[in-house]
Design a binder for this molecule. Structure first.
Ligand SMILES: [Zn+2]
Length: 396
């Protein structure tokens, strides 16, 4: 089983011909196919497959509980297999396939780990179906309440509980999972780079330093619905003009304060081509190096839009285990340290107090969450090598 054969095995699953992107959503038939593939890979390597209370899959090489009893819990590597709507091939699967390839590489060289090693497949990382990112890791750490999760609905009105049950997961077991967490001594998630840095640094692999603070806000812009042909310009209350101001304000404030801000989703009522809208709702996603800067961006946007920005989610800065990051950078030939603006299961586990780290594999264009997401095969293999080195150092 090589990296390439694993990659080809999952390549067709959930691929949407019309867009060339992936639609691999949690607890669907595509997800089931990927989970079955993962279980098969675990079995082929003689790994013990454990599914936790949230549905995350853990493939253990060695006895995790004996290691907990001995005070030396395991080394976990892996990522997720689900995707955003029309996502790329690499975000998630690169980390899972690489982790399985690491087990092969370590076994091939006769390495006998003194701590057990696991490959994890986190469920529902992207939140594409039920709207909450990192649901699998948030559930086991208690960051997402079980009852709330069970009641979340997808676009067709199906609840997460119904979707889990249909996929054969025991819904009544969903909840915080201290036993699973206790088995994790260290978690290292390898991930395709999102954003462009490594190409300019001429390096194939980086180590993550922090996940930048980020949040989502909703702004409701009210106006008055009226006829597009008969209403004089001076008589109009057109919230679409406020939306235009809001979008430009987001760009200007982000530029001035060294952040990024995006209006990627709007809802227009009544959304008719010949009607002045009665209401426009805009969602602002803002991220930056410091919380104060991000919040200043959102305040400026709200001020100029004339309406308050209602916070829908907020994630403070996540700092990965600093000494671990430095140690990994050192064993990887002084790999550069990169901050990221994207959330990950590794970030959720870090926020829950576990020792976690991330490796990023060069993405030449930086494009992610798109069919254009890419990494050279050569760089993927160098990622496997880097993760092999790291796992060997940590499990020695
Ligand atoms: Zn991801």
């Amino acid at each position: 089983m090589t990296f390439d054969s694993m990659w080809s095995a999952i390549e067709p699953i959930g691929l949407e011909a019309s867009s060339g992107g992936y639609r691999r959503y949690a607890w669907t038939r595509h997800d089931a196919a990927l989970r079955e593939w993962f279980a098969g890979e675990a079995a082929a390597r003689g790994l013990d497959l454990v599914t936790d209370r949230a549905g995350n899959q853990w493939a253990w090489w060695g006895d995790p509980d004996a290691a907990v009893a001995a005070g030396r819990p395991g080394v976990v590597i892996g990522s997720h297999l689900d995707s955003v709507p029309d996502g790329g091939a690499f975000d998630g699967p690169l980390g899972v396939v690489s982790a399985l390839a690491v087990v092969d590489a370590l076994k091939a060289k006769g390495f006998a780990p003194s701590r057990p090693v696991a490959v994890v497949n986190f469920v529902d990382e992207e939140g594409a179906r039920f709207g909450i990112a990192c649901a699998g890791s948030r559930l086991i750490t208690g960051k997402l309440e079980a009852d709330k999760a069970r009641g979340l609905r997808d676009a067709d009105g199906v609840t997460m509980a119904e979707a889990m049950a249909a996929a054969g997961h025991r819904v009544e077991h969903v909840g915080p999972d201290a036993e699973t967490l206790s088995r994790i001594g260290t978690f290292v998630e390898l991930h395709v780079e999102q954003g462009r840095a490594l190409i300019d640094l001429d390096r194939p692999v980086a180590v993550a330093s922090v996940i930048r603070p980020h949040g989502r806000w909703r702004i409701d812009l009210d106006g008055e619905a009226n006829h597009a042909g008969t209403t004089r310009l001076e008589d109009r209350r057109d919230p679409m003009l406020d939306l235009a101001r809001t979008v430009l304000a987001a760009r200007a404030a982000a530029t001035e304060l060294g952040c990024v801000a995006t209006v990627g989703k709007v809802r227009v009522e009544p959304n008719g081509v010949n009607a002045i809208p009665s209401r426009v709702t805009a969602w602002v996603d803002a991220r930056g190096p410091e919380e104060t800067g991000v919040r200043a961006v959102v305040e400026a946007v709200a001020r100029q839009s004339g309406s308050p920005a209602v916070e829908e989610s907020w994630t403070p800065e996540t700092v990965f285990d600093e000494s671990l990051a430095q140690r990994l950078s050192a064993v990887l030939d002084d790999a550069p340290m990169l901050a990221t603006g994207a959330g990950h299961d590794a970030g959720v586990l870090a926020a829950a107090g576990l020792s976690t780290a991330m490796l990023f594999v060069r993405n030449p264009t930086g494009i992610s969450h798109s069919p254009a997401e890419f990494a050279e095969r050569e760089d993927c293999l160098r990622g496997v090598e880097a993760l092999t080195t790291v796992t060997e150092v940590l499990a020695r």
